[in-house]
Design a protein around this ligand. Structure first.
Ligand SMILES: [Zn+2]
Length: 258
């Protein structure tokens, strides 16, 4: 792994760009792209010192979850431009939580916007156009402040950067480290301090031997959520940066996780 400034010294005619590539995925990615194992990989460390990470006690009842999300959001939505994002793991939970919070649910799946009956009558491109229009409308409503909370699925977790997101809440137990890193990454994009919560629902234990390599780091998710002795920031940065991981107490610029 080389640091970002190293990109200026590369003499290669083609440079590929990506978001998060965990360090343990690099050899596989190079192999699948047909590149030599010693192809230079340039990256920036994933530490976000402005983010505070908080793992809450598990909540299994919907009413408790809604009340808790409302309380967290109320603490962070103060100024007109303040926004909150709530990520969920299933469409059913997304629709349920959004309805109870009185906000909208962003999901790239066409089935959320076009009923089964209508899907049969329409061609696929029409369904996708309707879904794309609805997704845009939902984001507009959130950005312009009609709804200052938005519930979203994984599709919104990557690459969508809006200022004023002071809090990101992962409602339910997330499935993998990549989703957690990406979804938390929506917070504090304007450089201001922001808070990232996980409110787990249940313990999804990783079963060793399910797959040959634990690429998604299910075991790390289990460790992070259910072992309160571990530094959350360290585990998140370890997933992306490997041996260059940073614990929150290692740098005075870091917010301290809890
Ligand atoms: Zn920590």
């Amino acid at each position: 792994m080389q640091k970002m400034w190293g990109v200026w010294k590369l003499i290669y005619p083609i440079i590929g760009m990506s978001g998060i590539i965990p360090v343990n995925m690099e050899p596989r990615l190079l192999s699948e792209l047909g590149l030599k194992p010693d192809t230079p990989v340039v990256c920036q460390l994933s530490n976000r010192p402005e983010l505070t990470y908080i793992i809450e006690s598990p909540l299994t009842k919907l009413d408790d979850l809604i009340t808790h999300i409302r309380n967290i959001a109320q603490d962070h939505i103060i100024q007109p431009l303040d926004r909150t994002l709530v990520f969920v793991t299933t469409i059913m939970n997304g629709e349920l939580i959004a309805r109870n919070l009185g906000c909208e649910f962003y999901c790239a799946d066409t089935s959320v916007y076009v009923s089964k009956g209508n899907r049969r009558l329409m061609n696929e491109s029409t369904c996708h156009r309707i879904a794309a229009e609805q997704c845009k409308r939902i984001i507009d409503n959130w950005q312009t402040g009609r709804y200052r909370i938005m519930v979203a699925m994984t599709a919104f977790g990557a690459g969508n950067n809006y200022p004023g997101v002071w809090v990101v809440i992962l409602a339910n137990t997330p499935f993998n480290m990549a989703s957690i890193v990406q979804q938390f990454g929506r917070a504090g994009r304007d450089g201001n301090q922001a808070s990232c919560y996980i409110i787990p629902s249940k313990c999804l234990l990783y079963q060793p031997g399910e797959q040959s390599v634990d690429f998604c780091e299910h075991s790390a998710v289990t460790e992070m959520i259910w072992d309160s002795t571990k530094c959350i920031q360290f585990l998140l940065t370890k997933y992306v940066d490997g041996r260059e991981a940073t614990a929150c107490l290692e740098d005075t610029k870091n917010m301290i996780c809890s």
